[in-house]
Design a protein around this ligand. Structure first.
Ligand SMILES: [Zn+2]
Length: 1014
């Protein structure tokens, strides 16, 4: 043991001893202070609404009274968790502000607004003495959070720890159908402010509880509407919560990677702004209290082991305490894998805090119901020795008791060990800063000559929003890359060997020398971005930029969510992982403000050229200049000393002032030249777009809407019912998109069963928050056969219909895509992963701006085959096995007694191609598709050896080489089929432009098409 290590050991021991001492000192009996009067009526109602005494605890089965401070009854008219009572967000806020007025122990902070403009708040509760010292405490926590400020000095840290108190942040109701948290948190705030029991005083005097009672405010208010509709129509079927948030449903809890939603950013900023130690998110789906923080393997591989130990400490203490209260069904561990960093709570895990999550039991409303569980819910297992009951009456009050008891127990444990957790907070932050010389990497580098500076800037802005510092090299520099193993071929963009500049995408020239200098080093030009790993939030950058590998034989087979999210790949931007610590000494400056790609109008002349590099800002530009004529170059060309890709925008008549403004705002380089290049062109149109949704599920299409909205692309939002009624869709729209629905084709067409009552989704005085996004008197009818027929007419008359993942089945089953079939998968497991695609037809406008290879998000997408015969199956060809006879396996058989005959050679075709038709198949066959109407494969899945990019892929040979993006002509229009999903969770910005290209070129999609001869 070195002296240094020895000292560290002693220090650790000291910390351990002090914390144990604190824990012993603070062990206080849970339960009321007999000297403090209780609110008799409130307590009585509480016990009345609790269905069994063992569903209550000594921490919640009474309510202390206060002469000054109002109880939740002041707003609810009854106790928290009372049947029939679901408060709107505004009611919850009104109560929190009443508390703020009545006691110096509560402070309310506004933390931002939702997409629909509703306020989000955070409520701080602690002793008046702590609340008075919030700011000076924040100053100390900020130093612990960024140990660079104290030169990583542990002694200094100990002093700060001794003087500081922690922040425990609780968030409620991100999932709007999970309704209990707001009332539980109202009552929790009251208890923390008023209760004089030793147990609660220990919490109040040692930490700040910070509460966001409603995370998804828009969805909460709609859920209350739905519940009120149900109360007013007690015997009818009531609407499912179609729109939770403005855009997505449960996926609002998968946004901590892409940060697309305001609620994610508001919670993230609150967590990092307060320098909080815990983020504890409340959910309701599992009986009766499942602390899924500990979860199951595989754990996210980028987390500090200090954190994963903290999960165990707090979680098992929780279970132990509540078990001692006699409350059944409290458990931890379970089968939630702790892999993806997309969950809201993971904001803490990836920012040196502690992520926590409860699933309590809820009835999706405030009715008291008889609940019957399934055996897998009530059975006893090793991690659930005291399981829930097979059958019981369950109330929202029970739910509130469990939530509050769990939280109070956690707060009690945390406050008794507050110094230990503060020290851990410092240690985790410090270990993030020393990462480059410890586990590495040293940095990630994004080259200053990336062909897509716009998408690169967007990626870097997302990292900045995560709190990551971005630096920029002031000169060219060289780093040593980890030497490749012999014989390993370059696989993908990041780091070791993006395929050299793809043929289809000439990179615009830059001043810097060519990037790859030798096998083991790489030179980057000045202006390259460096994400240093010696910063406090290095962990989130590392987790998001790195590659994921989920072993196919991992014991965890019940995979909870996506297995991959590698940000550079999904953004189609190169990110290089650098372990060479010399990169940290490169001259660089910290980027102040948001990273922005530079834009300008260069040169002079009446014709303007904008290189098509598939930067998403080009789509914004097209719609911003919707009245300007823009053409696309159908071939690459050179002009003004620059190379321009196929698809380059050519503007012959435009106001240079408008262009200058757009260029600088959107970060686009525009080149003015005297004459237009001599290449074939066609118009790039600001097509009229409709996004068609079902009334079954709006979750996944929400990610398409947010993508279009963020880029300011206008679109009509229509439902399948609108399409069913509109015979002339082409008069209104050029492009109709049907994003994934995940309910199957039959349900899209039939809708919901028509028995029972009509189910409205609209604004009324009873339901003021429903409707608006879209509305209908009855959500039950689906697309219907009239809708299919109207869509057929739309395409026949020149429209473009885009289908994705599961909705391609509708296109294939209903004759929209003759020659395309879907094979059933047997073994394929591509669980929310990233796969490599290869460009098959670089002349298709759909590929404009892309190279010969693209990584895309895939979630067991359909396995397409194509054929030149309508209804044909296509697919992998098997050569006919030779028959028994003379000779070796490769020899032909020989018939005896006559001269040998030549066997006609069988024609070979690739998996992604249609097999050539022979004369036998073509003779009098009305099913043969005329060459101009045959499916055109634009991109395919890579060969099996190159297919995998990130995540879990098993049985990949089943989908390898198969078509991935198919453009099928139909009448005068086109149908586009995606096996991958180009718009997913705001993470797939690198594949958006496949869709944008299709939209902008909707009436020129046959450009560059090579037709079969026969
Ligand atoms: Zn939930």
């Amino acid at each position: 043991m070195t002296r240094h290590a020895c000292l560290r050991f002693v220090l650790c021991l000291l910390v351990l001893l002090t914390s144990t001492a604190t824990a012993t000192r603070a062990q206080v009996k849970p339960g009321r202070d007999p000297n403090q009067p209780i609110d008799e009526e409130y307590t009585k109602k509480n016990r009345e609404y609790t269905t069994e005494t063992y569903f209550n605890s000594p921490l919640t089965d009474y309510l202390p009274s206060s002469p000054k401070v109002p109880t939740p009854k002041a707003v609810l008219g009854d106790v928290a968790g009372a049947p029939g009572k679901l408060p709107y967000a505004e009611d919850v806020y009104r109560y929190m502000r009443m508390l703020e007025k009545a006691t110096p122990r509560v402070k309310v902070f506004s933390i931002g607004t939702s997409e629909e403009g509703r306020e989000m708040i955070a409520v701080a509760v602690a002793s008046e003495s702590l609340l008075a010292r919030l700011e000076e405490n924040r100053g100390r926590l900020a130093k612990l959070a960024d140990p660079r400020t104290i030169n990583l000095n542990d002694d200094e840290a100990d002093k700060l720890v001794a003087a500081s108190f922690p922040i425990y942040y609780i968030t409620g109701t991100i999932h709007s159908t999970e309704t209990g948290a707001p009332t539980a948190l109202m009552e929790l705030a009251y208890r923390l402010a008023v209760d004089d029991s030793a147990y609660v005083r220990n919490i109040r005097d040692n930490l700040v509880t910070l509460i966001t009672p409603v995370v998804e405010v828009d969805g909460r208010n709609r859920m209350v509407d739905v519940y009120n509709w149900h109360l007013a129509h007690p015997n009818e079927n009531y609407p499912p919560l179609l729109y939770w948030g403005h855009y997505v449903a449960h996926d609002n809890n998968r946004d901590a990677i892409g940060l697309s939603l305001k609620l994610t950013r508001n919670v993230l900023n609150t967590f990092t702004g307060w320098k909080a130690q815990v983020l504890h998110d409340l959910h309701e789906s599992v009986p009766y209290l499942y602390d899924n923080t500990i979860g199951d393997g595989p754990y996210n591989a980028w987390l500090d082991p200090i954190l994963t130990d903290e999960w165990q400490m707090i979680g098992w203490n929780n279970v132990s305490e509540m078990t001692k209260f006699g409350m059944p069904g409290v458990f931890a561990h379970g089968n939630f894998d702790t892999w993806s960093p997309g969950y809201l709570m993971f904001i803490a895990a990836t920012h040196n805090g502690i992520s926590r999550l409860y699933e309590t039991f809820g009835n999706a409303g405030a009715d008291t119901l008889e609940r019957t569980l399934s055996p897998n819910e009530y059975s006893r297992t090793w991690y659930r020795q005291n399981p829930p009951l097979p059958k019981t009456r369950w109330s929202q009050r029970n739910n509130n008791n469990y939530e509050e008891t769990g939280l109070l127990t956690s707060l009690g444990y945390f406050s008794s060990n507050s110094k230990l957790f503060l020290k851990n907070f410092y240690l985790k932050s410090k270990r993030s800063v020393i990462k480059p010389r410890n586990e590495g990497p040293a940095a990630y580098v994004l080259s200053g000559d990336d062909p897509r500076p716009g998408n690169q800037a967007e990626l870097l802005r997302t990292l900045q929003a995560q709190g990551v510092e971005i630096s920029r090299a002031t000169g060219p520099f060289t780093v040593t890359l980890k030497a490749k193993k012999k014989g390993s071929e370059p696989k993908g963009p990041n780091g070791q060997g993006r395929p050299a500049t793809p043929a289809a995408t000439p990179t615009p020239p830059v001043e810097a020398p060519k990037t790859v200098t030798s096998e083991d080093t790489r030179q980057f030009p000045a202006g390259s971005f460096i994400v240093r790993m010696d910063q406090p939030y290095s962990r989130i950058a590392d987790a998001l930029l790195d590659y994921q590998y989920w072993a196919p034989n991992d014991p965890q087979q019940d995979i909870y969510d996506d297995t991959a999210w590698t940000m550079g790949e999904l953004a189609n931007v190169e990110v290089v992982r650098v372990t060479d610590v010399n990169v940290l000494s490169v001259p660089m400056e910290l980027v102040s403000g948001d990273v922005h790609s530079p834009g300008a109008v260069n040169g002079s002349g009446p014709v303007y050229l904008i290189n098509h590099n598939a930067d998403n800002s080009l789509m914004t530009l097209r719609y911003q200049l919707k009245d300007v004529q823009i053409e696309a170059a159908e071939e690459a060309f050179e002009a003004a000393g620059h190379k321009f890709n196929r698809g380059t925008f050519i503007l012959r008549k435009a106001s240079v002032d408008d262009l200058r403004r757009a260029a600088s705002e959107l970060g686009i380089q525009i080149y003015a030249v005297d004459t237009a290049p001599a290449v074939a062109t066609h118009p790039v149109k600001a097509a009229r777009i409709a996004l068609m949704h079902t009334w079954l599920n709006t979750q996944d299409e929400g990610w398409w809407r947010i993508g279009l909205d963020q880029l300011k692309v206008p679109f009509a939002y229509i439902s399948t019912q609108d399409v069913a009624k509109e015979p002339n869709l082409k008069a209104k729209y050029d492009v109709i998109i049907l994003a994934p629905v995940n309910r199957g084709t039959a349900a899209i067409i039939s809708g919901m069963p028509m028995w029972g009552n009509a189910i409205p989704w609209k604004t009324t005085s009873l339901t003021p928050n429903l409707g608006k996004t879209d509305e209908t008197d009855d959500i039950r009818p689906g697309l219907g056969l009239s809708g299919i027929s109207n869509l057929q007419k739309f395409v026949q008359s020149g429209g473009l219909f885009i289908t994705v993942d599961d909705t391609t089945d509708l296109a294939v089953s209903y004759g929209f895509a003759p020659g395309v079939s879907v094979a059933r998968s047997q073994r394929l497991r591509a669980v929310g992963d990233i796969l490599r695609l290869k460009t098959v037809d670089a002349k298709s406008p759909i590929t404009y701006g892309y190279g010969d290879s693209l990584a895309m998000y895939c979630s067991n997408g359909p396995i397409f085959n194509i054929s030149s015969v309508a209804g044909g199956r296509g697919g992998r060809q098997r050569s006919a096995p030779r028959v028994t006879g003379r000779g070796t396996p490769d020899d032909p058989d020989t018939v005896q007694g006559r001269p040998p005959v030549e066997v006609p050679e069988s024609t070979h075709s690739e998996v992604w191609e249609a097999a050539p038709l022979d004369a036998e198949q073509r003779r009098n066959n009305s099913f043969v598709i005329p060459p101009p109407l045959r499916p055109r494969v634009v991109l395919r899945y890579a060969n099996n050896s190159d297919l995998f990019v990130s995540g879990l892929l098993d049985g990949g040979d089943e989908i390898a080489q198969h078509p991935a993006v198919i453009d099928t002509p139909l009448g005068n229009g086109h149908v586009l089929l995606f096996s991958t999903n180009p718009f997913w969770r705001g993470q797939t910005k690198g594949s958006y432009f496949l869709v944008f290209n299709a939209i902008l070129n909707f009436d020129s999609l046959n450009t560059g098409r090579k037709l079969d001869e026969k």
